[in-house]
Design a protein around this ligand. Sequence first.
Ligand SMILES: Cc1cc2nc3c(=O)[nH]c(=O)nc-3n(C[C@H](O)[C@H](O)[C@H](O)COP(=O)(O)OP(=O)(O)OC[C@H]3O[C@@H](n4cnc5c(N)ncnc54)[C@H](O)[C@@H]3O)c2cc1C
Length: 444
Amino acid sequence: MNRRAVVLGGGFAGLVTARVLADRFDEVLVLEQGRYPDQPVPRDGVAQGTQLHVLLARGADVLFELFPELPARLDAIGIIERDFGTDVLQVVGRIRMPRRVAGVPMRCATRPILEAELRALVARVPRVTLLQDHTVEALVMDGPRVRAARVTGPDGAAQALEGALFVDAMGRRSPVLRWLDALGFDRPEVESLDAGFRYATVAVQPAPGAALDGRILMVVMAQAPDHRRTGALMALPDGTWRATLVTLPGEHPERSWASILEGFRLLACPDPWERLQGATPLGPVHPFADVANRRRRFDRLARWPGAFVALGDAVCRFNPRFGQGMTIAALSASLLGEHLDQQDLDRAPVQAAQRFQRRLASLHDLPWRLATSDDAIWLPDRPASLLDRATAWYLQRLLAAVAGDADLNARFIRVAQMLDHPVRLAAPTVLRRVLFARPRALEG
Ligand SMILES: Cc1cc2nc3c(=O)[nH]c(=O)nc-3n(C[C@H](O)[C@H](O)[C@H](O)COP(=O)(O)OP(=O)(O)OC[C@H]3O[C@@H](n4cnc5c(N)ncnc54)[C@H](O)[C@@H]3O)c2cc1C
């Protein structure tokens, strides 16, 4: 019998998942409600595609393993590998990281470029079919398991597509909660933390001769309590830049080019603002407001539809300050592949799916803790836990030490890029250097 997997949603998580499932099923259908544009431009359905996206080194590793042709394709369009330590300016509050080789690779692409490259590669994978203009409307059960997805196609006709596995990769607006309701399942607990950050991004043409000192990215990160803005400039191979500003509640939302420039002027470090002098905006400023951390605890539900799993932003999304979303989506797709190799989906469709949601929740635990403990610092009415305060204190000392210690900086970058576990930053040799760092490095 032909075993088919059906991926609901053809965004970032859906595409990577399709690649993983192609090694394990006879046929993989990806159902995408939108129409993919011919050019790598933002598209409906992925509203965040207008915003600057940084792919962490760990995420790139996973993608390059799944798509070995991807690095060469990126090279061919000028998105070449650089070193995070030398080619990225990173400033946290007023602490400037040293410019030394870190041995951590880095490439800068827009989100639409990355997605277009993945799409082109997935379309070439035997057994995978990408169906655009196909909106998934509901799940159809057969006893304890999902048997089909009810879909409306481009001609408006509805059909039920059967399969052995269904994967919700429908992103932040996934209708899965409504579907669970309709099928008589409980709603999951939802954990969320919203510090009220707002993002705004604009494409710019730099002034003639303006450059980022040979860098591909400049990031000045907010640091509580005084430095309340994050600004980032990304250089792209076509000579344009993307400028992103992140502000907190109570500040003027940055909606115009003039207000973006003013926001950059107020950053703790002047470098990006200086580089933007004489630049011309190439289009409107794209605001993006809803970046709350939100986690649906599907892993805690006692009852769950068999042969159905959810991953990507549909399950857990993070305030993108640390750029975790795409990397976690890629890791989740890999985890699903590994899980399917160990579980008997056909014999125990409910248990196999539930166990996946639990393993996925474990994968989310650490990035969730990092994203939410940092955001919690910005919420004055929310009493910070002892652990949050200790983490914040240690991070401050660590940054001070990193500013004057290239080796420590490289270790810090590896952790921030999710290549190493944060526990590495609490190793005894690191602890000693952190605790005895000279305080003047704070203003480095
Ligand atoms: C402002 C902002 C900045 C970000 N910056 C970064 C960053 O720097 N680095 C990073 O790693 N991550 C970043 N992210 C997070 C990243 O965008 C997401 O984590 C990632 O896109 C998750 O992928 P996904 O496939 O789950 O969702 P998406 O990529 O949003 O894809 C969901 C897909 O499902 C489709 N769909 C929805 N409903 C249906 C339906 N009923 N039927 C069929 N198809 C459907 C949609 O059309 C869409 O194509 C950022 C997010 C935001 C909001």
